[in-house]
Design a protein around this ligand. Structure first.
Ligand code: SAM
Length: 275
C-alpha cells in the first residue's frame, strides 16, 4: 500500500485474512455520520418540492409531450410504460386512444390506477398490469426512464411491444445532474452530488420504510440516468431516433449548450420509431 492510498476514503479491505486501512474506514463512517446529521438539520422531513403541483389543473402528458400528442395517438392502442397511478393512461383513454394498457412493476400503484379508471368511467378502455405481450401502435413513457433498473432492457421491451411502424413517445427527468436530479435526495440543488450515498440513504431511511440501501433500491427505482447515457442506450437499441430534445430549465436557458446541458436540462423528450 503506498502513502496516498492510506488516506483514500474507501471501505476496509480484507487482505490475507487481516484488516487493512482501518483508519480510513473510521473516517469514512465519521464523515457519513456528520453528513447524515447535516442532512437531518437541513431537512428533518420530506422536502416539499416535486409533489406534482406544477401540473395541477393541467394535463401532464400534454405539457410534457406537446399539444399534438392526442392527435398523434387518436384511435391507437397505446402502452403507458411505467404508468404509476395511471393519470397519463387515463388522460389518453379519455381524450384520444382506442385502448390503453398501463404497465408498472409496483402492484400497489396499479391497484390505485384501476380504482381511478373506474372512478373516471374508463375501466373498459384502460387496463393496468405488470406485463403484457400484446403488440401495440405506440408506447408512451412519462417520467420513468430515470427509474428503470435496466433502461436498456426497457428499450428492448418497448421495441418488442410495438408493431412495425410503431412509435415510442418518452419524456423523463430530472436527469442525474439536474439540480434536483436526486429526486427526494436533492434536499437542496445538487445535494445528491455533494453528500455520500450512505449518508443520503440513512437520512431517507428515517422517512421511508422500503429498506433501500442504495439509490437503485428505492421503491420505484432511481438509476442516476444522464442525457449522454440515455442517448448511448437508444443508439445501441433497435429503435431509431426521430427526435431527441434536451429541454432547458427556463431560468438557465441562456446557459444551455451542448456542453452544459447535463446541468441545465429540465426534461428529455424523444420520439423513437420501430421500422
Ligand atoms: C416517477 S414514476 C412515473 C409514473 C407516471 N408515469 C407519472 O408520470 O406519473 C416512475 C414509475 O416507473 C415504474 N417503474 C420502474 N421500473 C419499471 C419497469 N422496469 N417497468 C415498468 N415500470 C417501472 C415505477 O414503479 C414508477 O411507478
Amino acid at each position: 500500500m503506498n502513502g496516498s492510498a492510506q488516506f483514500k476514503i474507501s471501505p476496509v479491505g480484507i487482505r490475507g485474512g487481516g484488516l487493512t486501512r482501518p483508519v480510513p474506514q473510521a473516517l469514512d463512517s465519521a464523515l457519513n455520520r456528520l453528513q447524515y446529521r447535516i442532512l437531518k438539520r437541513i431537512s428533518p422531513g420530506e422536502p416539499g418540492y416535486m409533489s406534482g403541483e406544477v401540473y395541477k389543473g393541467k394535463t401532464k402528458i400534454k405539457v410534457l409531450l406537446g399539444d399534438h400528442v392526442f392527435d398523434q395517438l387518436r384511435g391507437k392502442v397505446v402502452i403507458d410504460f411505467g404508468c404509476g397511478e395511471g393519470d397519463d393512461a387515463i388522460a389518453l383513454a379519455k381524450n384520444c386512444a382506442r385502448r390503453v394498457i398501463g404497465m408498472d412493476i409496483r402492484e400497489a400503484v396499479l391497484e390505485r390506477a384501476r380504482a381511478k379508471a373506474r372512478q373516471e368511467g374508463v375501466e373498459n378502455v384502460c387496463q393496468f398490469c405488470a406485463n403484457t405481450d400484446e403488440r401495440v401502435d405506440a408506447v408512451v413513457s412519462i417520467d420513468s426512464f430515470e427509474h428503470f433498473s435496466d433502461p436498456s432492457a426497457a428499450l428492448m421491451k418497448m421495441y418488442e411491444l410495438l408493431r412495425p411502424g410503431g412509435t415510442v413517445f418518452a419524456s423523463f427527468g430530472p436527469t442525474w445532474y439536474h439540480p434536483l436530479g436526486g429526486h427526494l435526495f436533492s434536499v437542496f440543488p445538487w445535494a445528491h452530488l455533494i453528500f455520500s450515498e450512505k449518508a443520503l440513504i440513512r437520512w431517507r431511511s428515517d422517512l421511508r420504510s422500503d429498506g433501500a440501501t442504495r439509490f437503485s433500491e428505492v421503491a420505484g427505482g432511481l438509476n442516476q440516468m444522464t442525457i449522454a447515457r440515455f442517448e448511448k442506450l437508444v443508439k445501441q437499441s433497435p429503435l431509431v431516433i426521430d427526435f431527441l430534445e434536451a429541454v432547458p430549465i427556463r431560468r438557465l436557458r441562456l446557459f444551455h449548450t451542448r456542453h452544459t446541458r447535463e446541468f441545465t436540462t429540465s426534461v428529455v423528450r424523444c420520439k423513437l420509431n420501430k421500422q
